[in-house]
Write a protein that binds this ligand. Structure first.
Ligand code: G3P
Ligand code: CA
Length: 343
């Protein structure tokens, strides 16, 4: 019989991240930020734009897609939290970046699941896959930090969340800017899951309706790398849709604008090799599309930037409307510093 997983209190969990990242640390910082207001006059736009989207929660500090990570990201300044979604065997949506489970969970430590390890088309090597596990089985797993060089202090402690549970983390929360914290779900591999008989559109819209966030005006963006599901969703929901883009080839802003409200490009697509703007932001805006690039990682800065603030400044200058960051605290700090310099 397996030993019961140790339960870590929220206080213990947050002890694993730097002191400034705790609510106490943030609370201590905020009066200082605001007391400097005598020297600056921040307009609402400068203070709130671009949107800070907590990419997979707060994976710079805690395992991705966990309640503890999402909660930390909100308290560090996120406007939206981002769950990537895949299906379980019994049709539940869970928050995982990949349908293979070895890199972000402790499934390998569960001998009762050893025989589920298998090889599938489209994935290199053997692994465990979400669609081979019921939600009850998934709930016996615990999350682990995906990146080797980040802290593994809380590996094995936090649950895997359903989409409904992610929504519940956000609902009722207020951002540092005084707005409702929103969610930014991504449908992962919709064609693949459709081939297995799962329906992402029904599942995602169903959960949103149940939560009361199915109507236009709710703090929700729906994103995908596959245009097919977005084109289909366009006829079924008034919620904003974001077309994710990893490559420049074949991109047609006018076409995207027929079914989406914005693009989520790799940030590399916004910059030429010589460091100048690629013109993508202007082209997207001309087509009426918002621009939310990914992924800002303070611990993996491109060589061209001396520090995280320099990178954020560069992209803010390009005119982006939002950004995905593994470090919501650094994104928020950069925006605040930026706003205080602007006036
Ligand atoms: O969804 C925006 C960004 O997260 C896309 O990259 O692979 O981290 O989901 P990925
Ligand atoms: Ca994503």
């Amino acid at each position: 019989m397996r030993l019961k997983q140790p339960v870590m209190t929220r206080r213990q969990a947050l002890g694993a991240v730097p002191a400034l990242m705790t609510s106490a640390g943030l609370a201590a910082c905020q009066p200082n930020i605001m007391s400097e207001k005598k020297d600056v006059t921040m307009s609402a736009k400068q203070y709130t734009q671009p949107l800070v989207i907590a990419h997979r929660g707060a994976p710079g500090y805690l395992p991705e897609h966990t309640a503890e990570g999402y909660d930390l990201a909100i308290r560090m300044g996120a406007d939206y939290i981002e769950p990537d979604l895949v299906f379980t065997k019994d049709g539940h949506l869970i928050a995982r970046h990949d349908h293979y489970l070895s890199t972000t969970t402790n499934v390998a430590d569960h001998p009762e699941f050893a025989d589920r390890k298998t090889v599938k088309d489209g994935h290199e090597g053997a692994d465990w896959f979400s669609e081979d596990f019921t939600l009850a089985e998934i709930k016996t797993l615990r999350a682990r930090q995906a990146m080797e060089k980040r802290s593994h202090a809380t590996d094995g402690l936090f649950e895997i969340l359903t989409f409904a549970e992610v929504i519940a983390v956000a609902q009722g929360r207020t951002s540092m800017q005084g707005n409702p914290v929103g969610i930014y779900p991504e449908t992962k591999l919709p064609s693949y899951f459709e081939s297995l008989g799962y329906d992402f559109e029904v599942a995602v819209l169903g959960e949103l309706q149940k939560s009361g966030w199915g109507k236009p005006g709710s703090p929700v963006f729906i994103q995908s790398f596959e245009d097919g599901i977005l084109r289909s969703l366009r006829g079924k929901t008034g919620l904003p849709l974001i077309m994710l883009l990893a490559e420049a080839e074949g991109v047609n802003m006018a076409d995207i604008a027929t079914y989406a409200d914005g693009i989520g490009p790799s940030k590399a697509l916004l910059v030429n090799k010589d460091g100048t703007s690629s013109g993508w932001v202007e082209a997207a805006h001309a087509a009426g599309l918002k621009v939310h690039p990914w992924t800002f990682r303070s611990d993996q800065l491109p060589d061209t930037f001396a520090n995280a603030q320099a990178e954020y400044d560069f992209f803010i200058d390009l005119g982006i409307d939002g950004l995905f960051s593994d470090f919501a605290n650094d994104a928020r700090a950069a925006l605040l510093a930026r706003a205080s310099r602007s006036d």
